[in-house]
Structure formats: C-alpha cells, structure tokens
Ligand binder design. Structure first.
Ligand SMILES: Cc1ncc(C[n+]2csc(CCOP(=O)(O)OP(=O)(O)O)c2C)c(N)n1
Length: 323
C-alpha cells in the first residue's frame, strides 16, 4: 500500500506537473494537427502519462538513457527535452529536435540520451539493448529504460533482445506499456497470456505488472527495477494503462465501446493524482490551476515558436544520412 507521506513533496508536485505538461502539449498538438499545421502521423499518449512520468522521474539523463516507440511525446517531455524543439519537430521545422525530418514518430536527442521515437514496431528494443551493452562495456553507471506497446511484445526483436540482455546481464529495464490495443486489435485477441510480466521468467529475469494509471506505483516499481538492472539482471515491467484517444489522429476507435472508454476516463491518472495531493494537503486547488496555466502557456509558446520557425533548407535532404 502506497503511503504518500513517504515521498518528498517536491517530487510529488513534479510528477503532477510533468503529467499536466504532457497532456497540454498534446492537446495543443492535436489542435494544430486539426488545422493541418502538422502533417504525417500523430499518435497521442493522452491517458498514459503516468507511465512515462512515473518511470523516467527516476533517471539522471546525464548518464541514463530512454528509448521509445512512435508514441513518444510523453517520454521526450518527461526526459527533459525542450517543448519548443519538440513542437517544431511536429511542425517539420528546422528547429525541431530531428531538424524537422523525423516528425512525431522520430523524436531524438543524442546529447540528452533520448534514442527515439521509432516508427517500426519493436525496433527500439534491440537499440536499447545495444545501449545497455555500451554502458556495461564502458563500465558506466547508467541504465536504459526501453518502452514498447503490447503490440510489440510478440515481435522477435523483444524475445531476442531479452535473451541477449540476460546472457550479457545488461542494465536495461524493459517496460511494456499495455494500453489494451495494438492499433485496433484488443491485446487479448492476439496474446496467449494476459500478464506479460511473466514473460520475464523465460529469460531468467524478474518481471512485475503495475497499475500504469498510478504514477506512484510506476515510480516505485521502476526504482526497484533499476536497482536490480544496475546490479546485473535486466528487468521486465508491464504497466497496465489505457489510451483515451485513437491509435493516431485518423482513428475513430470503433473497436471499443463508449462504456469502456468512460470507465478508464474515471481513472484519469492526472485527475486522480491531483485529488490525492489535494486530499493530503500537498497542493491546493489553486496550486493545480496555477500549474495547469503554466503548462498551457508552455504549450502555446511552443506552438508559436514552431509556427515562426523556418522550414528545413532543401540541402537538408542530404544531411544526416547513412548510406
Ligand atoms: C514492424 C511493424 N509492423 C507493423 C507496423 C504497423 N503498426 C504501427 S503501430 C502498430 C500497432 C502497435 O501497437 P502497440 O505496440 O501496442 O503500441 P501502441 O500503439 O498501442 O502504443 C502497428 C501494427 C509497424 N509500424 N511496424
């Protein structure tokens, strides 16, 4: 049972603030997408914020690493990437973190240890494993958090990576964000089991299933997983979460009932955490309103920055290429 008194009040406020920032940033991005200011795909993370925030808040991004899939806005913001450069990336502008050439699915920042943003389902899992090997080989004090969806867990890349990670005892925490759907497919239709954390046993590592709508539960479980991973055994976490929006902006979400969606909205990770903090006098309603205003302004300013930024020069087509 989580006792809120065990946590530093600044940490609690920071967790709430980061979740609100992700929510407001994405709402602004969705609006810009609707106005056709953003092209390509846009996969929103709304509803899942507690997973990225709860886990990444354990990291020191000067020595730790994050690798994510295409639903990556939340992870990038939680990892401390600049909202302006992220919004500019969505707009395809040169000031974007990937110079406007990656878009929503390919946020990336080598300096800040953020390794995507990967459009290929499961592609980031071997990448994260490779980073784990680099940390171990160089005897660095770091860990990698690797995120992927329930749709990626049946990919060969997942199984091959976990096997290698255990053989080499790499400092990687694999985090399956089970938001119930891979595009329009309910995970129970395509999975032989419904507790993915038990897959850890196949690779002689520890696994745990956590409530991904509860930021503190994710925070605690990741802290423990990081300790285990750093002491020589990789770890698999499964965070049970839910996305409130479609798979991407073009998905009307007809494969799920309104009742199901409503049920999960009652468990909104931001609203429930805010209520918990108010109940325990960590913040007041006014503090929340002030935090929310701050985040809305950051999102609005980011959109302004993106709009006013230049397009990439045509010559950029030939830079950063590996052929
Ligand atoms: C190798 C590969 N196969 C298929 C696709 C098409 N595709 C894009 S997203 C997706 C569903 C993945 O679902 P999940 O991993 O659960 O992530 P979520 O979208 O739920 O966050 C699929 C099949 C792809 N991008 N890459």
């Amino acid at each position: 049972m989580i006792n809120i008194k065990n946590y530093d009040s600044n940490l609690l406020k920071e967790l709430l603030y980061k979740m609100i920032l992700i929510r407001r940033f994405e709402e602004k991005a969705a609006q810009a997408y609707g106005l056709k200011k953003i092209g390509g795909f846009l996969h929103l993370y709304i509803g899942e914020e507690a997973v990225a925030v709860g886990s990444i808040s354990n990291l020191d991004m000067t020595k730790d690493y994050v690798a994510a899939a295409y639903r990556d806005h939340g992870h990038a913001l939680a990892a401390g990437l600049d909202p302006n450069s992220l919004m500019a990336e969505l707009y395809g502008k040169i000031t974007g973190c990937s110079k406007g050439k990656g878009g929503s699915m390919h946020f990336f920042d080598y300096e800040k240890h953020f390794f995507g943003g990967n459009g290929i389902v499961g592609a980031q899992i071997p990448v994260a494993t490779g980073i784990g090997l680099k940390i171990k080989y160089n005897e660095e004090d770091g860990v990698v958090l690797c995120y992927f969806g329930d749709g990626a867990i049946h990919q060969g890349s997942f199984h091959e990576s976990l096997n290698l990670a255990k053989i080499w005892n790499l400092p990687v925490v694999y985090i399956c964000e089970n938001n119930h759907y891979g595009m329009g497919t309910d995970f129970r239709r395509v999975s032989a089991i419904d507790d993915f954390s038990i897959m850890a046993e196949s690779y002689a590592m520890k696994g745990k299933q956590v409530n991904g709508m509860d930021v503190l539960e994710v925070y605690d479980a990741t802290k423990e997983a990081i300790e285990v991973a750093k002491s020589g055994t990789p770890y698999l976490l499964e965070a049970k979460t839910y996305r409130f929006k479609g798979h991407s902006m073009s998905d009307p979400g007809k494969y799920r009932t309104k009742e199901e969606l409503e049920l999960y909205k009652q468990k909104d990770p931001i609203v429930s955490f805010k209520e918990l903090l108010i109940e325990h006098n960590v913040i007041t309603e006014d503090d929340y309103i002030e935090m929310d205003k701050r985040c809305k302004k950051i999102a609005k300013d980011a959109a302004k920055f993106a709009e006013e930024s230049p397009e990439p020069d045509l010559n950029e087509l030939y830079t950063d290429l590996y052929v």
